[in-house]
Design a protein around this ligand. Structure first.
Ligand SMILES: NC(=O)c1ccc[n+]([C@@H]2O[C@H](COP(=O)([O-])OP(=O)(O)OC[C@H]3O[C@@H](n4cnc5c(N)ncnc54)[C@H](OP(=O)(O)O)[C@@H]3O)[C@@H](O)[C@H]2O)c1
Length: 324
């Protein structure tokens, strides 16, 4: 298959020693930040969700620096998206007409639908999307049910909202792949976390039986909720979303039309814990001081994950290494 992507060997970095406990692992990751990708995105249309701040913003800034033809910032609050757009322009001289801000609130399926309609209108005559990074997410500080959908809020935003956006953008990614002909496919990357490996079978004991085996119902329930436990379970579900999107990535004739993968940026200093109670904020600050990568360093992984091509399909990209 001919592609313009860099050889994956140029993206791979040093790997963490096997079986490190959680804190020494994070410290190793802090001391070994990911490589900053230099491959250009010229002629490519790139969409990043949750791109007004944190990892999504840093990734969007890099895509602009790397000459993406059109950058779409999908954000919950358009004014924050406009401010991010101006920061990107100020930092890179990126032409204003090549950035579009679109509203997307993953708390609401209605908003996701409206976003997809607006995206269709925007792309209109264009050939579609080349790269999509589904990054928007929250860490829920307390148990809260979404009034519109009835699901626990973080599950709604990080898993269900993300899955719906992913299914919705597939056709635009396939359209761009088809326009390129045989060769490079569109790329969809989901922001996951190493936290998916910390989930324990015991966390679900008794609950799955009580909910007739419904994993979503268990993770959405008050009995299951715990700040860290729920976040990690949600990142397991992100891996399932990748699996589902890999099915959606096939064309009617069964051929693959889009590459899909998951990236973990490592533990990074962002606004993720902004609504945590004070004791959690202090704990997080200490952890940030000891082993927090910068958001810019985390953003590197979001961008390099989109360069993995066929080898990265169905994979999990972390610390410049690919796991399955
Ligand atoms: N930071 C880490 O250490 C770390 C590690 C592994 C994975 N991650 C993952 O990385 C992703 C980005 O997190 P971050 O650390 O960059 O956090 P962040 O600074 O809080 O950024 C989160 C982004 O998601 C957006 N968002 C939140 N709720 C949304 C909704 N309902 N609809 C649409 N967008 C929404 C936020 O928009 P607003 O600003 O408008 O709220 C913001 O742009 C998340 O999926 C997170 O789980 C983070």
């Amino acid at each position: 298959m001919t592609t313009t992507l860099p050889p994956i060997s140029t993206l791979i970095g040093p790997q963490a020693p096997p079986s490190l406990p959680q804190i020494p692992y994070q410290r190793w990751a802090y001391n070994n930040p990911p490589k900053d990708p230099t491959h250009r995105f010229t002629h490519k249309t790139v969409l990043v969700t949750g791109s007004n701040t944190g990892l999504g913003f840093e990734a969007a800034l890099k895509f602009a620096r790397l000459d993406a033809a059109h950058l779409i910032l999908a954000v919950r609050t358009p004014t924050k998206g406009e401010a991010a757009k101006q920061r990107i322009i100020a930092a890179t001289n990126y032409p204003e007409k090549r950035i579009t801000v679109l509203k997307l609130d993953q708390n609401s399926f209605v908003s996701v639908n409206e976003f997809l309609v607006n995206l269709e209108k925007l792309l209109g005559a264009e050939r579609g999307l080349d790269v999509v990074v589904l990054n928007a997410g929250i860490a829920a500080p307390r148990y809260k049910v979404n009034a519109e959908t009835g699901w626990e809020e973080a599950l709604q935003v990080n898993v269900l909202g993300t899955a719906m956006v992913g299914m919705g953008v597939m056709r635009f990614l396939k359209r761009a792949s088809a326009a390129r002909g045989k060769g490079e496919l569109g790329q969809l990357t989901l922001t996951g976390s190493v936290g998916h490996m910390y989930v324990k079978r015991e966390d679900f004991r008794g609950l799955l039986e009580a909910k007739d085996g419904g994993l979503l119902e268990v993770v959405s329930s008050k009995e299951f909720f715990g700040v860290e436990k729920s976040y990690c379970a949600i990142k397991v579900l992100t891996m399932y979303v990748m699996r589902g999107l890999m099915d959606c990535a096939r064309r009617e004739n069964g051929e693959l039309g889009v590459w899909v993968n998951v990236v973990c940026p490592g533990f990074c200093v962002t606004e993720l814990g902004r609504e945590f109670p004070w004791y959690f904020v202090w704990m997080t600050r200490m952890m940030h001081w000891y082993c927090g990568r910068t958001a810019e360093q985390g953003g590197r992984s979001l961008v390099s994950a989109t360069l993995l091509g066929e080898e990265g399909h169905g994979g999990y990209w972390v610390n410049d290494g690919l796991a399955r």
